[in-house]
Design a binder for this molecule. Structure first.
Ligand SMILES: C[S@@+](CC[C@H](N)C(=O)[O-])C[C@H]1O[C@@H](n2cnc3c(N)ncnc32)[C@H](O)[C@@H]1O
Length: 219
């Protein structure tokens, strides 16, 4: 779904983020997040990285997890806070204005699961490697890493088609926000390279979007 490039525009207007995402993804992201959140169990301690307006956070809290949800955008956190209040889940969620760069402040082996929905594609290559290393450290042995994000297709034809569709969208997003997202190259290899065991991986038909369930060894 090359339309994910336009997420940056939606982020600059958080009030419209949820509606915009539903339209851009034709509602498909909801199914992806439901599947990922179905891995969360009651009582688990969960970290949502780049929580945005709380799509994954709320799903995990509804399943009985205690969630720490972090994001660098205070306006996204504000909307997440309102939504969490509306569904009466404030007792299960801690919202923090905090970036990936601060993950080293989290205690080792303190989370049962870490989730990241469409956040890794907003990180630099170095930040992503750092994030994966830190997630490995802060997860308990056997803990889960749940990712949904845009990736560069492996198939050369699909790569070219996706690039051609992405380019004008990239330009629009950049002109409006001076930032852009970056489809991730070789994400599964990066996850495995950080020491995780791949439990399941689901690619979109165009191979430009992936859902990953990976596990820290042990437990
Ligand atoms: C496309 S939104 C996705 C939000 C949410 N996970 C969802 O799926 O609806 C990406 C989010 O990542 C956040 N983000 C980007 N870079 C970050 C960083 N370095 N640390 C923490 N959050 C970050 C953005 O502020 C934004 O809210």
């Amino acid at each position: 779904m090359p339309s994910y490039v336009l997420m940056r525009i939606l982020e600059s207007s958080p009030d419209r983020y949820d509606r915009g995402v539903r339209i851009l993804t034709l509602g498909r992201l909801e199914g992806v997040y439901e599947r990922l959140a179905s891995r969360i169990k009651p009582g688990q301690r969960v970290l949502d990285i780049g929580c945005g307006t709380g799509a994954l956070t709320i799903r995990a809290a509804m399943r009985g997890a205690r969630v720490k949800a972090i994001d660098i955008n205070p306006r996204m956190l504000e909307i997440a806070g309102k939504k969490i209040e509306e569904v009466a889940l404030t007792h299960r969620v801690e919202l923090c204005e905090m970036g990936v760069a601060e993950l080293d402040t989290e205690a080792a082996e303190s989370y049962d699961a870490v989730m990241a929905g469409l956040c890794f594609s907003e990180l630099s290559e170095d930040e992503l490697c750092y994030a994966l290393r830190e997630i490995m450290r802060i997860l308990k042995p056997g803990g889960l890493l749940l990712i949904a994000d845009e990736v560069v297709p492996r198939n050369p034809l699909k790569r070219v088609i996706t690039l051609l569709i992405r380019l004008p969208l990239l330009l629009i997003a950049y002109l409006l926000t001076q930032t852009t997202t970056r489809a991730i190259k070789n994400l599964p290899e990066k996850v495995e390279g950080a020491g995780f065991i791949m439990e399941s991986m689901r690619l979109s038909r165009m191979e430009d979007f992936v859902e990953i369930v990976a596990r820290k060894p042990g437990g």
